[in-house]
Design a protein around this ligand. Structure first.
Ligand SMILES: [Zn+2]
Length: 359
């Protein structure tokens, strides 16, 4: 019997899939099975060179393997379904993560979760706290936030009242927005409802006001000039303040903008399908179909795929001159166990004094 970790399994898939048209067909079938096993709506979701999974739309750069890699970056749980590949990659494959279990304290609601499948705990988006429904991503946000403020990772239930610390969230998850508002001078903000914040057009009255900002899986949806949004986030922070950032990102390569020439655009729904209509600044009309939306209110079209190097560059160029830290370490005490080494939580700090260097 072969036992494979996610990483080794992924490596094996990549070696097998590269420039192999038969394997491309196998991947299509695999994706179909994953989709049907999850009870997802049947549609054409592998065509025009795009791999469509519920969370991701990626144009492969030449090879299917990079698409799969990036799909897994966003939805790592899909790697577990690869044993269903036809023909199978290796039979039987037992993922060593499958049978491990974990007891952890939720750092958001404080509940003890006993004997939970590690597969579930280490799914970036799955609700794995039985009490509040927190996911790995939101626990990781709180891990980074409390570590930066208190010098150690703390559950919100034991964080000291710190009303002198001002923070703002962008469409933050209600489950942690409430306790944050109790502990800090914090408020949540929204693009489509009060209190409003359009991160591509922030009034000067909001500049240098906050000790921390939270932007969790928002920046992949900001239309147009995302550089501007990052620059505004830096401007909103006091000197020495920091941003807690999560976005889906891939470990290598360049940032990919799916709709690079957006100018005058709108969504059009017709015959049960939604299209993106755009007129570029040169007056060229464009229509995009096969759009991928993430859940939630407002404009949740998945606009771009970041990369690690691209994110660091954009942060450095946007005024985050006080150092960038990727939270790579697991903290199983609080249910933070990453099956992958990308799509992690990033903290970007503004220097204490204008123009001073990190450190
Ligand atoms: Zn919880």
């Amino acid at each position: 019997m072969t036992t494979l970790s996610v990483k080794r399994l992924l490596g094996r898939i990549l070696r097998l899939i590269v420039r192999d048209s038969q394997k491309q067909e196998a991947i299509k079938q695999w994706v179909r099975r994953v989709r049907s096993s999850l009870g997802m709506r049947k549609q054409s979701w592998f065509d025009n060179g795009y791999l469509h999974l519920p969370e991701v739309q990626i144009k492969p750069q030449g090879t299917i393997h990079s698409a799969v890699l990036r799909a897994i970056a966003v939805s790592p749980q899909y790697v577990f379904a690869l044993e269903q590949l036809d023909p199978p990659i290796s039979a039987p494959i037992v993922n060593e993560a499958d049978d491990r279990r974990l007891t952890f304290c939720c750092n958001i609601c404080g509940a003890t979760n006993t004997d939970v499948a590690l597969n579930l705990v280490s799914d970036r988006e799955a609700p794995s706290c039985k009490e509040c429904g927190s996911s790995l991503r939101v626990r990781s946000v709180i891990d980074a936030l409390t570590s930066e403020i208190f010098g150690e990772s703390l559950p919100l239930s034991s964080a000291p009242l710190s009303k002198s610390i001002r923070g703002v969230g962008m469409s933050d998850w209600e489950g942690y927005a409430k306790p944050l508002a109790r502990i800090f001078s914090y408020h949540n903000s929204f693009y489509h409802q009060e209190p409003r914040l359009d991160i591509t057009n922030v009034p000067e009255s909001e500049f240098e006001k906050y000790d921390f900002l939270i932007s969790s899986d928002v920046m992949e949806h900001v239309p147009n000039d995302v550089d501007k949004a990052f620059a505004y986030m830096a401007k909103m922070l006091k000197p020495g303040g920091f941003l807690v950032l999560t976005v889906p990102y891939k470990p290598d390569g360049d940032h990919e903008e799916f709709y690079p020439d957006l100018h005058e655009y709108r969504l059009i729904s017709t015959a049960g399908k939604t299209f993106l209509y755009n007129r570029t600044s040169e007056g060229v009309e464009q229509i995009y179909d096969n759009l991928v939306f993430h859940g939630g209110d407002g404009f949740t079209l998945f606009m771009r795929m970041f990369s690690e190097a691209g994110l660091i560059k954009i942060l450095e160029n946007s005024g985050f001159d006080g150092g960038i830290k990727i939270y790579r370490d697991d903290d199983p005490r609080y249910g933070i166990v990453w099956p992958i080494s990308w799509c992690l939580t990033i903290v970007a700090r503004k220097a204490q004094h204008a123009g001073s260097n990190p450190g």
